[in-house]
Design a protein around this ligand. Structure first.
Ligand code: NAP
Length: 222
């Protein structure tokens, strides 16, 4: 049985990813922030606050002690702290980078020894983090600059980590989940979390060229 680790399974896309991978016969390790998910025979949960280095250290230690190799790691958890802003608010930028970027990187780096030989690391990014698309895609034009900066930087982590892991054969990808009906995406969004999770699942179990940025099986511009 293969093992996937998903951060932020409390709700939204992370929760749907947990359900999708369980239905596909995976053992799921999930981190939760505030809402502990339902127990399942093939599921193990760990508390994690990506904004707190001590939480990242204790969570990754506990996952290591759990003793499973990880075949797929999905860095899904994230925050949109400056949705209403069109200008940088430094405190919101600091918090956003702490969770979406530094927390995700710290978490990943500590778990690298657990990754299987042909593992896939999937960083859930966004078209909002595309340098090329910024200002061109209407629904996020001008808004949430801190969130955009965090996802652009996460994309660069995908590229640098792909180089770091080249000789281990581990694939690293950035993926846009699509505009999805969650607390973050809102009611007007196009996809249900289950639809988004199914597409993310397809990408996660495939073997794309490492260091790519994807949506619905197609490359996105950086
Ligand atoms: N929805 C969209 O349209 C959309 C579009 C592009 C990209 N994305 C990306 O997709 C991913 C999932 O988004 P979503 O729409 O499912 O958002 P969501 O419904 O707000 O869920 C975010 C998840 O992250 C967890 N989380 C929040 N702060 C955390 C922290 N400090 N430490 C650890 N976990 C934390 C949340 O836990 P709690 O529930 O306990 O707060 C929740 O499980 C994010 O990376 C987001 O940027 C979403």
């Amino acid at each position: 049985m293969k093992t996937v680790l998903v951060t932020g399974v409390d709700k939204g896309i992370g929760h749907a990813l947990m359900e999708t991978f369980l239905a596909e016969g995976y053992f799921v390790i999930g981190t939760f922030f505030s809402d502990r998910p339902k127990i399942h025979e093939h599921f193990k949960d760990f508390a994690l606050d990506l904004g707190k280095p001590e939480s990242i250290a204790s969570c990754t230690m506990a996952i290591t002690n759990f003793g499973k190799n990880i075949d797929i790691l999905i860095n899904n958890a994230g925050i949109l702290a400056d949705e209403e802003e069109t200008q940088i608010v430094v405190e919101k930028l600091r918090k956003t980078l702490e969770v979406n970027l530094i927390g995700a990187i710290d978490f990943t780096q500590r778990l690298l020894p657990l990754l299987s030989e042909d593992a896939h690391i999937v960083n859930i990014s966004s078209t909002a983090g595309s340098l090329e698309l910024v200002g061109k895609v209407s629904h996020f034009m001008g808004h949430y600059p801190a969130y955009k900066i965090s996802k652009a930087a996460l994309n660069m982590y995908t590229r640098t980590l792909a180089l770091e892991l080249k000789d281990r054969g581990i694939i690293v990808s950035s993926v846009h989940p699509g505009w999805t009906k969650t607390d973050m995406g809102g009611e007007e969004a196009e996809l249900t979390p289950t639809q988004a999770a199914k597409d993310l699942y397809r990408l996660a179990v495939s073997k794309p060229e490492s260091g790519g940025f994807w949506f619905a099986g197609e490359r996105l511009p950086w």
